[in-house]
Design a protein around this ligand. Structure first.
Ligand code: MV4
Length: 509
């Protein structure tokens, strides 16, 4: 086993990896930019190395500098976390070439899944179901119309070099094809420098369900079951859960086998995730594979009882997985809310400032994976995700109630956050019924963040009522009656001193 690991990341995921190292008796090395000199991950690691100025391009993306830091400190392995260098084929290779272990997949597996079209072709070759369509670049609108006629409208034009939804266009009838193809081509060219576009049948109203896989260097690969990630906005996930209300034991088995087959076809080792669309009839289609540890891995850890980061480390050190597929059974329900420094009431505008007060939820079944503390500066250099709040309970209803309670315990002062938005979702009848799909959040956003009264409504409403009654009592009297004419009602209100009024105002704020 390794005795020292360098963590090539920041924020909550760096802390997550450092915690796993500490539990395993492995020393950890943090790296940091100037903006993070006093960040929690730097303090919690056993050692820390400064790698450059605040911008990621001059610090956390400097792979060579990070590999150098690993050698200087005597680390034998590098954990890349997610984002940043985690899915760069060259970095996985450079780490290996430096004689260090990359705690993630080999460069060949990253390359095999890196291009969406290559992944689609690999899936087809491995009899993994994909959405019906082509993989060849379309020549012109006439060809596109011919193919669309075969599959039936609506169809979806996708950029061959694509990802993140760029260069995607839904085409509902033949008359729209020519203009949509031009638009998709233009967008693809701008985003990827490649205007190749292909066509798929458009899946209407699907869920985004993904399967976690874990493989070792001895040829063992297991499915660690599904996560439901449909609650997303502009391809940014907001809430994830495990298991999925839409997945039966039989579907779980088939999706798991399929994901393992896709991963094996790519020569995959370590933790990875196969993304699927699951349609209303229970058909599933492979979309792509994420060749990293994902943000939402904790929900899988809760329902499987398996520590994914510890197993990533063991697998990278050459250990064989001790569990068989039959051992992996979901137990209970887990939900994760991403706490971001975005203002839901303002179109999710990024918010910056100093966290001057932080109250972190705790109690039964609550896990806080955070990267901030009181005093943290939140700027625009890095991802707006501040923390993840994850809860675990016996079933979905109890998990939602528990998440609601945990969110009520959360206070972040100094910056706007997604906290109130998550409270609203936990109170939402459709969400509680599990009636979610990939368009659900964007369809419901206005009613969730609109002018409706704020969450925790009953208690707040009582406070507002008390305040109004109170202010009535203190309205200057004109001609012996309250200026607003409410003297009869207010005279029944018990008197309240200035200190209590201030406290109530604070609570409201
Ligand atoms: C689709 C689709 C419907 N039909 N393909 C979006 C990003 C890219 N990775 C694949 N995406 C989609 N492909 C067909 N044939 C709908 C989406 C999609 C989506 C997929 C997963 C999670 C969120 C999404 C949000 C919008 C669209």
């Amino acid at each position: 086993m390794f005795t020292k690991i360098l963590v090539a990341n920041r924020g909550e995921i760096a802390l997550r990896v450092i915690r796993a190292c500490r539990e395993m008796g492995i020393a950890s090395v943090a790296v940091y930019s100037d903006a993070d000199a006093r960040a929690p991950h730097v303090r919690e690691a056993d050692e820390a190395v400064r790698i450059g100025p605040a911008p990621s391009a001059q610090s956390y993306l400097k792979g060579d500098r990070i590999i150098e830091a690993a050698k200087e400190t005597g680390a034998q392995a590098i954990h890349p976390g997610y984002g940043l260098l985690s899915e760069r084929e060259w970095f996985s290779k450079a780490v290996r070439d430096a004689g260090l272990a990359f705690i993630g997949p080999p460069p060949e597996a990253i390359a095999a899944m890196g291009s969406k079209v290559a992944a689609r072709q690999l899936a087809i070759a491995a009899s993994v179901p994909v959405v019906p369509g082509t993989t060849e670049a379309l020549r012109d609108a006439a060809e596109a119309e011919e193919i669309a006629k075969k599959f039936g409208y609506p169809v979806l034009l996708k950029a061959a070099a694509g990802g993140g939804g760029k260069g995607m266009r839904v085409v509902r009838e033949a008359s729209e094809m020519s203009a949509s193809l031009d638009a998709a081509r233009r967008e693809a060219k701008n985003a990827f420098g490649d205007d190749a576009v292909y066509v798929e049948k458009y899946v209407v109203g699907p869920r985004h369900v993904e399967i976690q896989v874990l493989g070792d260097t001895h040829g063992n690969m297991v499915s660690l079951l599904e996560r439901e990630c449909s609650v997303q906005r502009r391809h940014q996930k907001m809430i994830e859960e495990a298991p999925s209300v839409a997945v039966t034991p039989e579907l779980r088995r088939r999706m798991g086998e399929t994901a393992v087959r896709a991963a094996k076809a790519a020569g995959y080792v370590n933790a990875g995730t196969c993304e699927f669309l699951l349609d209303r009839d229970g058909n599933f289609y492979f979309l792509e594979m994420n060749t990293r540890l994902q943000v939402e891995h904790p929900v899988t850890e809760f329902v499987t009882g398996i520590d994914l980061v510890q197993w990533q480390i063991r697998v990278a050190a050459g250990e064989a997985l001790p569990f068989r597929q039959d051992d992996i059974v979901p137990r209970g329900w887990a939900i994760e809310c991403r706490i971001t420094s975005e203002d839901p009431a303002n179109g999710f505008l990024p918010s910056t400032g100093t966290v001057n007060y932080l109250r972190v939820p705790s109690g039964p079944g609550v896990r806080w994976d955070g990267g901030i503390e009181a005093g943290s500066e939140v700027g625009l250099h890095y991802d707006p995700m501040l923390a993840k709040l994850i809860v675990y309970a016996a079933n979905r209803e109890l998990a939602i109630d528990r998440m609601h309670r945990a969110l009520l315990e959360l206070t972040i002062d100094g910056i706007e956050s997604s906290r109130d938005f998550h409270l609203r979702v936990m109170e939402d009848e459709e969400f509680r019924a599990g009636a979610i799909e990939i368009q659900w959040l964007e369809r419901r956003l206005d009613s969730l963040v609109g002018r409706a009264p704020p969450p925790g409504t009953a208690r707040l409403a009582a406070l507002v009522a008390a305040l109004i009654a109170d202010s009535d009592r203190h309205v200057p009297r004109v001609n012996g009656s309250a200026a607003n004419g409410s003297s009869a009602a207010s005279s029944a209100t018990p008197s309240t001193d200035a200190w209590t009024r201030t406290a109530r105002l604070e609570a409201l704020r």
